[in-house]
Design a binder for this molecule. Structure first.
Ligand code: BG6
Length: 517
């Protein structure tokens, strides 16, 4: 007798539900020799080969400035795969992928490059793989090239969908560097592409644990009734990194943590945690609700920025026992840099569900631990019952959604400590992905690439979502630009950030969750 899905062990359900391979297409990677292609895209494609998610008629064309032949590029990517694959590389699967790889050298603003690309794609389709004229362009370049590349794709006819062929373009983050530039970019690309062809990526949406926020909230009857201002005291979201800026000093010093992390990654976590239930899982319905919640974030006035937006920059220190230089001493960073490497914010959401419930965010580099989590803190129970006992205070219940490196959900509640006296201690009930579903080594890009090739935009961002994110942080960027930070560097590498971040919660009688290894 066949088991129904709900009777099967969780691990078997995961295996039984593999989706079908995507259809024929060529993936063209602009920035094919760059960091992202080697570290994430190729390892993700390899994992997709392993999970049988790619068509036999699939090809990759790397486009970059280095003067490689097809064979040299294949060799480079083979080596990258060896270094960055998320599990041991099976030579047969690797070769399956590598033999579908091609390379074109050129300048992204040169129209000739696009004519050669067109020709190459036709040749691949004639000789090796029937790509059916479907092209998946991935812009893994500096955002400075986005507009140019899209214009050229338009001018060369490569972006045009005819006879049932599809053409889609993925934009890496950051999409713009403030509200104005994001609007301009949206406007520029919409002259060439329809919204259904535009895929604005945020790799946080590729994380299983992030996608699970929606499933957790909306597939369970017991949480949603208490998911509101009547029961929740506040929400705190931490995205803490132990790494500094590594080799990205040049980019990072122009961006800073606010631009690099907040309107994108952190706001994805905010919107999925606080949005209303969508009417369906259609991309449009999910995006509508995400967009609505971002629009409901109370705008920062200048004086709010001074009180509720904290910035920091790390000084030299010890991270996990390793000596780390000050941010200003990192490669590519000016010695008097005013760029922030830490941000804490207090947000308020102006709608019925969340009125009066603060959302605290903190994110930074060179912090004490690597940890991404969402902690939902519930209101305390009244102490009345325990008034004449040794119990002098009650802890609040906390529901923690662990995003990384731990993946799971835990609930903290009070329990009686065994013994003659009435004492209450905090205990934890935990669900851990690993225990139920086994290890799923992946880069987070697999599902996003698969969805992109399938044309599913649910896990990508719509134009208005990107703009709504920038609209929240724009006033902060303006005030920070006008008022140079006077106390940088203001936290030691290996700490939890500047004292002002502690104060922002302490002023409200709250504190950041203590995160230990
Ligand atoms: C990137 C940022 O988008 O996300 C990096 O540019 C950051 O600065 C990274 O380190 C964090 O991603 P993850 O998946 O490691 O949390």
């Amino acid at each position: 007798m066949q088991q129904t899905e709900s009777e099967m062990p969780a691990k078997d359900q995961a295996l039984a539900s593999s989706p079908p391979p995507a259809g024929p297409c060529a993936m063209v990677i602009f920035g094919g020799t760059g960091d992202l292609a080697g570290r994430k895209l190729f390892p993700a494609l390899y994992n997709m080969v392993k999970s049988k998610l790619l068509s036999q008629d699939f090809a990759i064309v790397g486009v970059g400035r280095n003067d490689y032949t097809h064979e040299q590029y294949r060799q480079v990517m083979k080596e990258k795969l060896q270094s960055f694959a998320t599990s041991a590389v099976d030579p047969a699967l690797r070769d399956w992928l590598i033999k579908r790889v091609y390379y074109l050298a050129g300048d992204f603003s040169d129209p000739q490059l696009y004519l050669r690309l067109k020709q190459t794609l036709v040749e691949i389709a004639q000789k090796d793989h029937n790509l059916e004229g479907n092209y998946f362009f991935y812009l893994a370049t500096s955002p400075a090239f986005f507009g140019t590349i899209v214009d050229q794709l338009g001018a060369s006819g490569l972006a045009k969908e005819v006879n049932g062929q599809w053409r889609r373009v993925v934009f890496e983050k950051p999409f713009g560097n403030d509200l104005q530039s994001a609007k301009e970019l949206n406007c520029q690309v919409s002259k060439v592409l329809a919204e259904r062809q535009i895929f604005r990526i945020d790799h946080y949406l590729g994380k299983e644990t992030v996608q699970n926020i929606l499933v957790f909230r909306f597939s369970n009857g017991i949480f949603e009734p208490i998911w509101n201002r009547r029961y929740i005291d506040h929400i705190q979201i931490t995205v803490a990194e132990t790494v500094g800026v590594e080799k990205r000093g040049g980019y990072f010093d122009m961006a800073g943590t606010l631009r690099d992390m907040v309107p994108n990654h952190l706001f994805q976590l905010v919107s999925l945690t606080t949005m209303e239930p969508p009417i369906s899982f259609n991309p449009g319905s999910v995006h509508d609700e995400q967009s609505k919640i971002l629009h409901a974030i109370q705008p920062f006035r200048d004086e709010d920025v001074l009180h509720y937006a904290i910035r920091g920059q790390y000084d030299a220190g010890l991270v996990k026992g390793e000596r780390v230089p000050a941010y200003r001493a990192e490669e590519g960073v000016p010695p008097d840099s005013k760029t922030e490497t830490f941000v804490a914010l207090k947000l308020m959401i102006d709608n019925w569900r969340w009125a009066g419930v603060p959302i605290y965010l903190r994110t930074g580099k060179s912090l004490a631990e690597r940890r991404t989590e969402i902690a939902v803190q519930f209101k305390r129970a009244p102490l009345v019952l325990f008034r004449n006992t040794p119990v002098s205070s009650l802890d609040a219940n906390q529901l923690i959604i662990h995003i990384s490196p731990d993946e799971g959900i835990s609930l903290r509640f009070g329990a009686k400590i065994p013994g003659a006296q009435m004492k209450v201690g905090a205990v934890k009930m935990s669900f851990n992905y690993l225990d139920y579903f086994g290890a799923t080594a992946n880069t987070g890009y697999e599902v996003l690439l698969y969805d992109g090739i399938m044309g599913d935009q649910t896990l990508y961002q719509r134009a208005d979502m990107v703009e709504a994110g920038w609209a929240v942080v724009d006033p902060i960027l303006d005030v920070w630009k006008a008022l140079s930070p006077r106390n940088f560097p203001n936290y030691k590498a290996g700490s939890w950030g500047p004292e002002e971040a502690t104060n922002v919660m302490a002023r409200d009688g709250r504190s950041w969750r203590e995160i230990k290894e």
